[in-house]
Design a protein around this ligand. Structure first.
Ligand SMILES: Cc1cc2nc3c(=O)[nH]c(=O)nc-3n(C[C@H](O)[C@H](O)[C@H](O)COP(=O)(O)O)c2cc1C
Length: 407
């Protein structure tokens, strides 16, 4: 795995050299980022020698100018090239910046651009750690899905005893490694995932579609394949590459999507219906392009097949997961969908908000199960949200198997 180690300006910065070593010994490729304050405690040269690569020390370095000229903005490139960001020590200042979304140096800007897993290992004086400001920042970061490695108790550099000491680098490296270890909890499952928009032609050159980018469905497909499932991804037209180890079936219309879903239903054990399927289509598409005239044009639209409802009727003991993208009454609509379409789980997200949902790399969802349990995930990158959704699916699968298996 490719790991960024971000180092804040705390006494414990000296332990970060050992952390870099411990991560490398576990097979990780490490890129180090030092904040300006961190450089008061430890030299970039130490990390350059350990990692054999340039240590990033600021947003506006000479190197970043060269990168920008070659159209590779460094903080975005580092965010995209790495799988996990660990910040150790995470100072009180960094926790506050991350919680509030400040982006005034390389590390905080990288944090905002990073869509992979984030691990924070805070270290500071006990009073700073226990301060309500620090604790409420931690609450925000935990809710966001960041993993926090709590500080140890013991002798602190400031001469007091209490909570705030950075844990042993070997322990942090082990925690990071356990997060990067690939779960294989979906082995043996055949997962059918629909993604993206549909395009409903109105004449040979025009169509009705929607703003779905397919990013959420593709992230689900990629993660499910990594977790051991055989994945068939039925996708409307999108501008993202097919995930690795996934069988891709490209379709355009709701009818084509229905056919592809029904053809693959028999083998499937889990169906995730994430596509934004058109509700209406033009049944009699003219053979020739519609001509512009001064008169008002009316389109006759017929309802498309309700694929989710149809799968719900035929699902047997398969798990059926629906998505509800709503602009209002989110949970109410999600529960209605759960019951009327016989879903086992509905992932509900508000669309039409700034920064999350359609087209964005970010999302914020409520994962609702038939038993009434609701788990909130995000705002977080769609890859992280995909993992959280699959965690819930794997848990539901296990609990249903336990019910089916006689004692
Ligand atoms: C000697 C010394 C030790 C410090 N140790 C810590 C520390 O362990 N944890 C912490 O949160 N801040 C510590 N600080 C304060 C930070 O250095 C300061 O808040 C700085 O702005 C943090 O910068 P950063 O955002 O780059 O981490 C220390 C400051 C000094 C002068």
């Amino acid at each position: 795995m490719r790991v960024v180690v971000g180092i804040g300006g705390g006494i414990a910065a000296y332990k970060s050299a050992e952390l870099v070593r411990a991560l490398q010994q576990r097979g990780h490729e490490v890129q180090v980022v030092l904040t300006r304050a961190a450089q008061e405690f430890i030299q970039p040269l130490t990390f350059a020698a350990l990692t054999n690569r340039k240590v990033i020390t600021g947003l506006f370095s000479e190197a970043s100018q060269q990168d920008a000229l070659s159209s590779a903005v460094e903080h975005i490139a580092v965010a995209q090239e790495n799988d996990l960001l660990v910040v150790a020590p995470a100072t009180a200042d960094l926790l506050a910046k991350f919680a509030y979304g400040f982006a005034d140096d390389f590390l905080s800007t990288l944090y905002l651009a990073f869509t992979g897993k984030v691990v924070l290992a805070p270290a500071m004086n006990t009073a700073m750690w226990e301060h309500s400001a620090t604790q409420s920042n931690l609450e925000v970061l935990t809710r966001r899905g960041n993993s926090i490695i709590e500080p140890d108790e013991g002798w602190l550099a400031c001469g007091t005893i209490g909570a705030g000491r950075l844990p042993d680098p070997e322990y942090i490296a082990e925690r990071v490694s356990s997060l990067t270890r690939q779960k294989k909890d979906l082995e043996g499952e055949f997962i059918l995932i629909t993604a993206g928009p549909t395009q409903e032609p109105i004449d040979p050159v025009r169509f009705i579609s929607n703003r779905s980018s397919g990013k959420m469905g593709y992230a689900l497909a990629e993660s499910a394949a990594k977790r051991g499932a055989h994945v068939v991804l039925i996708s409307g037209p999108v501008n993202i590459p097919a995930p690795k180890n996934v069988e891709l079936i490209a379709i355009h219309t709701a009818n084509e999507m229905r056919n592809a879903v029904l053809e693959n239903l028999a083998q499937s054990t889990i169906i995730i219906k994430n596509a934004a399927v058109a509700d209406y289509y033009v049944a009699d598409v003219p053979r020739q392009k519609l001509k512009k005239t001064a008169a008002r044009l009316s389109l006759q639209l017929d309802p498309t097949p309700d694929i989710l409802a149809e799968v719900g009727q035929r699902k047997g003991d398969r798990l059926l997961i629906g998505f509800a993208a709503e602009t209002q009454n989110l949970l109410e609509e999600a529960r209605r969908k759960m019951n009327s379409k016989q879903c086992d789980m509905v992932v509900a997200n508000l669309v039409g908000q700034d920064g999350v949902g359609f087209e964005s790399d970010w999302n914020e969802v409520d994962i609702i199960t038939r038993s009434g349990q609701t788990v909130h995930a995000g705002p977080a990158g769609k890859k992280e949200i995909a993992e959280r959704i699959l965690d819930q699916i794997a848990t539901l699968r296990l609990s249903l198997r336990a019910v089916d298996t006689p004692a």
